[in-house]
Design a protein around this ligand. Structure first.
Ligand code: CMC
Length: 394
């Protein structure tokens, strides 16, 4: 069977070729389809970036309008899917609610599940981009006991999501354009990151020719973990802990992390498998954090704690030697909090952003004639052959 080599965590094994996203971890470079992330964050919209990731090129005005119209026409959830939310406990975390509802989409749309039917994939792509924001907003509304708001298709994707999340049926919802733009930029920054844990999961599940909804649902579950997308929630909880238990003093916390005193405790929002330099996304998020707090007139002591923590860690040999820098999750939570999102929703926002990347990778995988079912090997470390021992002799 040839030589099998051990590569735990796939640190040096490429599982596919891909033309979607380029990362140079040493130089701190990130590009989608060749376009630098800072240019997209400044100039693009989330739907335009989604189009770029999925179809490979920036759309013309006509292509973008057609794409936007298609997505807006599919934002409603089936009334039966709405009832699905009633089955979850009131305090359910919205991430498993989101993954369950996305998984359930394959029961509602059985007409378009064939991975090799181009029109079906196109329809599932649009349905996902349109419905995931609605599902995410409903998961939140359910958790606070408020009524669901139907989408308003005269609004853009981000504005519609904010209205469904924060609006009330009895009142008009006033959108703050600076806040909507800040959220849009965050979604663009999260839109793809090549073969991360959740995207690899989407590809692996899809490699068995499971449908797009099933594959994306698996990706959402992979994203939930605190070492991946769940880190944005974990960062905020860490900052709150430092505020409460250490009186905002970051020194003792950093010392405990580097002396590995609390078993497994890490500086959340720091470190990355690929970036051994400042995460280019974190640079943009940090600038955004300052601006959006000023716009909203919010002062948040957690931002001061985060900045002190970053300063302390970046000057500390432990972090310098290991090339640990802030990643995308370090400052996002402070912004989400200022916008009014509860901590539990942070990873859902990451999922909203990552959705086009997952779809683009699944489609690239399905269209690649070189794709084989994902099936890693192992190095067996268990017992050699032994004879069955009867119950009385054990
Ligand atoms: N705090 C303290 N020490 C750390 C950290 C951290 N955040 N990250 C890595 N290290 C240490 C680790 O203990 C190890 O030290 P030693 O050699 O003494 O054992 C060394 O650095 C190498 O770490 P590793 O675990 O081999 O690195 P990895 O590439 O497997 O892990 C990571 C990458 C992102 C999982 C990790 O850095 C981490 O757990 N960070 C905190 C969680 C986090 O912020 N995750 C979000 C990642 S970015 C967004 C996303 O993709 O979701």
């Amino acid at each position: 069977t040839g030589l099998v080599t051990l590569d735990q965590g796939f640190g040096s094994t490429a599982a596919c070729t891909s033309a979607i996203t380029y990362i140079d971890g040493d130089a701190g470079i990130l590009r989608y389809r060749g376009y630098p992330i800072d240019q997209l964050a400044e100039k693009s919209t989330f739907l335009e970036t989604s189009y770029l990731l999925i179809y490979g090129e920036l759309p013309t005005q006509e292509q973008l309008s057609a794409f936007t119209n298609k997505v807006s026409r599919h934002t409603l959830l089936h009334e039966d899917l709405k009832r699905f939310f009633d089955g979850f406990p009131r305090d359910a975390h919205p991430m498993p609610v989101l993954s369950s509802a996305v998984s359930a989409l394959s029961t509602f749309y059985q007409d378009a599940l064939d991975p090799f039917d181009h029109d079906a994939v196109e329809l599932s792509t649009v349905r996902l981009l349109a419905k995931v924001p609605t599902i995410a907003a409903y998961a939140y509304k359910k958790s606070i006991g408020q009524p669901f708001l139907y989408p308003d298709n005269s609004l853009g994707l981000v504005e519609n999501f904010m209205r469904m999340t924060f609006g009330f049926p009895a009142e008009p919802y006033e959108i703050q354009p600076e806040v909507a733009r800040a959220l849009e930029v965050l979604l663009i920054l999260h839109a793809d990151h090549e073969q991360n844990c959740s995207t690899s999961t989407v590809r692996l599940v899809g490699s068995s020719q499971a449908n797009l909804f099933a594959s994306i649902s698996a990706g959402i579950n992979a994203l939930f973990g605190p070492l991946h997308g769940g880190a944005n929630q974990a960062v905020l909880e860490m900052l709150q802990k430092i505020q409460k238990e250490e009186d905002g003093n970051v020194d003792a916390y950093v010392d405990r992390v580097k002396n590995k005193e609390d078993k497994g405790a890490r500086l959340m929002g720091f470190g990355h498998r690929v970036y051994k330099n400042y995460d280019p996304r974190a640079k943009i998020v940090k600038q955004q954090a300052d601006g959006i707090l000023k716009t909203l007139g919010v002062t948040d002591p957690l931002l001061d704690i985060a900045m002190a923590l970053e300063e302390k860690a970046l000057a500390d040999d432990y972090f310098i030697e290991r090339k640990l820098y802030p990643n995308v999750d370090f400052y996002t939570g402070v912004i989400y909090r200022a916008m009014g999102f509860p901590t539990k929703m942070f990873t859902v926002l990451f999922a909203l952003g990552r959705l086009p990347g997952w779809i683009a990778h699944w489609r690239e995988m399905i269209e690649d004639p070189g794709t084989k079912i994902g099936r890693p090997r192992q190095l067996y470390t268990g017992s050699a052959e032994r004879a069955y021992v009867g119950m009385g002799e054990r």
